[in-house]
Write a protein that binds this ligand. Sequence first.
Ligand code: WT7
Length: 664
Amino acid sequence: MSAPSTAIESNLVENRVFPPSEALVKAARISGMAGYEALRAEADRDFEGFWARLARENLQWTKPFTRTLDESNAPFYQWFADGELNASANCLDRHMGTAVENKTAIIFEADDGAVTKVTYKELLARVSQFANALKAHGVEKGDRVLIYMPMGVEGVVAMQACARIGATHSVVFGGFSAKALNERIIDAGAVAVITANYQVRGGKELPLKAIVDEGLAMGGCECVRSIFVYQRTATACAMVPGRDKTWDEALAGQSTECPPTPVGAEHPLFILYTSGSTGKPKGVQHSTGGYLLWAKLTMDWSFDLKPEDVFWCTADIGWVTGHSYVTYGPLAAGATEIIFEGIPTYPNAGRFWQMIERHKCTVFYTAPTAIRSLIKAADSDAAVHPKNWDLSSLRILGSVGEPINPEAWMWYYRHVGGERCPVIDTWWQTETGGHIMNPLPGATPLVPGSCTLPLPGIYTAIVDETGQEMPNGSGGMLVIKRPWPSMIRTIWNDPERFKKSYFPDELKGYYLAGDGAVRSVDRGYFRVTGRIDDVLNVSGHRMGTMEIESALVAKSDLVAEAAVVGRPDDLTGEAICAFVVLKRPRPVGDEAKQIAKELRDWVAKEIGPIAKPKDIRFGDNLPKTRSGKIMRRLLRSLAKGESITQDTSTLENPAILDQLAQNN
Ligand code: WT7
């Protein structure tokens, strides 16, 4: 981990403050800072009692828990461990016989604008029927099922059906490659894959099933017995008799009733792979009870959800945001939610605004990257500016995935929210399961670019390398001092890596987030500045630099050595910049361009298009210390286009810097 304080401009002052309106405070579940402080005080006073109360009030347990937190095997914490419940029952069955039963659960808008609505009752029937299909194909409690699906009702049905029978799902984002799929299938030991023939995005059909086939053909996937293929489009795809079934074939003859299988609270609800600073992606394992509690409760707290809300989280189910705020949270909370198949810029960059108007969306939750690209589009074409649509239904805006720069925050607040809707900047991670720090709509005064304060019951702090807390105004490493119910339980197949990555010995048992942060001097508000490890955040997508380096050097006929760093990018937050040494003389001009393209395509095949380096620079070698260590600090400066002011006296080959300063 690099020294964090250097990465943070702790002197940055943001003076604008937006207190919540009277109306918001009055109507809010957590009303005013006094309401927030009262909940915090409750957790301070009786930490376990606080969580036990919330778990009893917010979830339906088939067997009540008697013990709240078990710390005996820390950091492998257990929550509500002797309790039993089912996640799908807590999202669907619990609403039957209530006013929610016939409420719209999902408003699905397809890429081409076609709309389908599904009520809670219908969703329960569809989930149950698919759950029966899984069972009929031998999928059992504790089995792992890999899901590689487009955004749509069926993706949610697939996840909920797994949860219903106690199978652990692992969703892989549709933008990952066959190789990435292959690795995840093997690591998870998946017995089944649920996919679609194609996905439709931006007017284009993109294959999914063919990529699954390619992934399986790479070998080592003997664990997979069945493949379920949802026919999203009329286009045919290859099917292996015996192994592959269409969605309709699988459902045929299955009952629409399936009793939910109770599981222990610690039963793994899902594994979600995410990038770390070293090695292969890690399978973040989440629990059933603690995870679901927080997915549900943060819907209520962070978005102050009301029964009449129309909630829209634009995240894909392939990311944790799509798990917590598409598949589980909104349904557990009984909300009506929008699910969108397409992309924000098709058929034009007014699509989001048009959809908000069309469906009378009230709570809109998206990523800074999307906002920045829509600002750019609106600046160059007034016809796609949000002012062209009636956005008066909106009452709350959310942001997630990366730091939101104050300019984007202000535009979002002004032009989308009409200066009426609080911007809820939510800081969290795949590992935290749900929100950790964000303002509350009816309580917290907003400061652009700041995720403000931790939610009640969550204890975040900023520390130095020894775990010592930093004074406000000084940057450091973001940690969470006490366990929380929705925390990562372990890394699938690698408990040692779990301990090493998140609970390093020097940090007093605190959870290490991997982000740098600073608290404001006046309010103690947190501002998260970005990763302090070798993880990049490109358009809100998390990528390990080592992963991309490994992918590059895997092209062994061409690449001798590669180093990957991030550089700031106005649109994507960070951009991937690769420094490459070839096994042939350093290319220039057209040859360099052509090889750079070849390498980009190669990385897309190895990991996925999201991992393609934006810049590729070729050198005769890389800047190294005399002991052979690549000086990434210098590469980061070169990537940014800065002239080198750092001390280069320890460098073996200082002349290389001039060469690498040139872009192709
Ligand atoms: C990393 C986690 C949060 C779920 C989606 C991404 C960055 C996330 C914020 C925010 C500043 C943020 C952090 C974090 N990040 N939200 N509001 N402000 N940074 O989950 O893929 O696990 O990535 O995203 O760097 O560590 P993820």
